[in-house]
Design a protein around this ligand. Structure first.
Ligand code: NAD
Length: 422
């Protein structure tokens, strides 16, 4: 196993470092270690697209299937100018562990196309998506690999992928992607799922730590899908949200926010969050992370809590709504401060869990009430929380390493049961 110096701000190196630490703790045998470290398949596609002005442009796209041991691949497709194969590879393995932590029958995969969706027209994006999908049609599918939205892609892109794949199969195949519009086989509750999962694991954590919702002060960085849903649902559940941030800056208010009014300000009126009238003390999104609170929820971007600032964190619980907000070096400092960590591969797994429900509903052709989706999500999140925390306690490791250990162990066990073909 490697012992290179960690670049703390490279999220992919950080994910790898955690895999290595967990594999070492598990005493994973060398062959299995190598099998799980490398992806199953990497596909590179050169995508010709006729642009609106008649030019022919070439784009490069990837799909990496890290593991198909526990089921079809699962993972988003991102459209961004800085996509690299390395990044897609790392994100694919991250998905393997996340699906295994919540014990849903998927492996891990990820896709990406190097492009700038902001600078492309809707028609150009559609042509690029359709060609990328057509080239991938032998590798994706409900039983093979099921993409979903990620950075720069959305419901509309999923609808194009579903349509293109269906044309190739000669019949409608809704289960080839998740995160679709509700009218095309999407699931009720998917939009809220990640934020709802955050609420569910926080509920479990405060119960364990003998805290009460009403006296819990919560700070949330990020007011997009995950952050604003977590804020809305947690405030409805009785938590006091005392700090909020988006890309424009942060507001801190000990008295607590009226989240419906903030959501209206940001999402309906399209105003910057820090300008919310009577909102409290303005500060930067980073500064907000260091204010005293009971639950801190980074739900924006990666690398927010590092070895440089972790000593300033003043929370009892850190719940990672975002992917990779805390670096491994920061983990060491937080452990000394006795912060209870809900790691990203558990805390934000509500999204992939309801994606799994979407796939199940599409394949069954029968759609659930929102209350059924939420009830099943609760079962998954609470069971996963209990398993990880119990494992951490019984093995003397932190929750994050426990989550990786449980995940790696599940995949390795499935692999052993299946055996190697040829
Ligand atoms: P989003 O684009 O809807 O929202 C991001 C929010 O973060 C916005 O409010 C934006 O203004 C804010 N932001 C961006 N940079 C910031 C900064 N430097 N400081 C403070 N705020 C900043 O994205 P999202 O879907 O909510 O995803 C947020 C995070 O959660 C990402 O790490 C994503 O990978 C992760 N995640 C999302 C889902 C999901 O279902 N959407 C599932 C799992 C994980």
């Amino acid at each position: 196993m490697s012992s290179k110096v960690l670049n703390e701000l490279n999220v992919y190196e950080c994910a790898e470092a955690r895999f290595e630490a967990a594999a070492a703790k598990l005493g994973l045998e060398d062959g299995l270690y190598r099998y799980l470290k490398y992806p199953n398949k990497e596909i590179t596609i050169y995508i010709p697209v006729t642009m609106d002005d008649g030019r022919l442009e070439m784009f490069t796209g990837y799909r990496v299937q890290h593991s198909l041991v526990r089921g079809p691949g699962k993972g988003g497709i991102r459209y961004a100018p800085d996509v690299t194969l390395d990044e897609v590879r790392a994100l694919a393995s991250w998905m393997t562990w996340k699906c295994a932590v919540v014990n849903i029958p998927f492996g891990g995969a990820k896709g990406g196309v190097i492009c700038d969706p902001e600078k492309m027209s809707v028609r150009e994006l559609e042509r690029m998506t359709r060609r990328y999908t057509a080239e991938l049609s032998d590798f994706i599918g409900p039983e093979r690999d099921v993409p979903a939205p990620d950075l720069g892609t959305n419901e509309k892109v999923m609808a194009w992928i579903m349509d293109t794949y269906s044309m190739h199969m000669r019949h409608t195949v809704t289960a080839v992607v998740t995160g679709k519009p509700l009218d095309l086989g999407g699931s009720r509750g998917r939009r809220e799922a990640t934020g709802r999962g955050v609420l569910m694991v926080c509920d479990r954590a405060i119960e364990k730590l003998n805290m009460r919702r009403e006296t819990c002060r919560v700070i949330i960085q990020g007011f997009g899908n995950v952050g604003s849903m977590a804020a809305t649902l947690m405030s409805e559940a009785g938590y006091k949200i005392i700090g909020l941030a988006d890309i424009h800056g942060a507001l801190f208010n000990e008295k607590g926010f009226d989240i419906a009014a903030v959501a209206d300000w940001v999402h309906v009126k399209h105003k910057p969050l820090p300008e919310f009238p009577g909102g409290g003390t303005k500060m930067t999104g980073q500064e907000l992370l260091f204010q005293p609170c009971d639950i801190l929820i980074p739900a924006a971007v990666e690398n927010q809590i590092t070895s440089k600032n972790a000593h300033r964190v003043q929370t009892k619980i850190l719940c990672e709504g975002a992917n990779g907000p805390t670096t491994p070096l920061a983990d060491d400092i937080l452990r000394e401060k006795d912060v209870f960590i809900l790691p990203d591969i558990l805390a934000n797994a509500g999204g992939v869990t309801v994606s799994y429900f979407e796939w199940v509903q599409d394949r069954g052709g029968f759609f659930w009430r929102e209350s059924e989706v939420n009830e099943r999500l609760k079962d998954v999140m609470e069971r996963s929380f209990d398993e990880i925390v119990r494992y951490a306690e019984s093995h003397g490791v932190n929750n994050r390493i426990a989550a990786y250990m449980v995940a790696i162990d599940r995949v390795a066990f499935a692999l052993k049961l299946r055996g190697l073909y040829a």
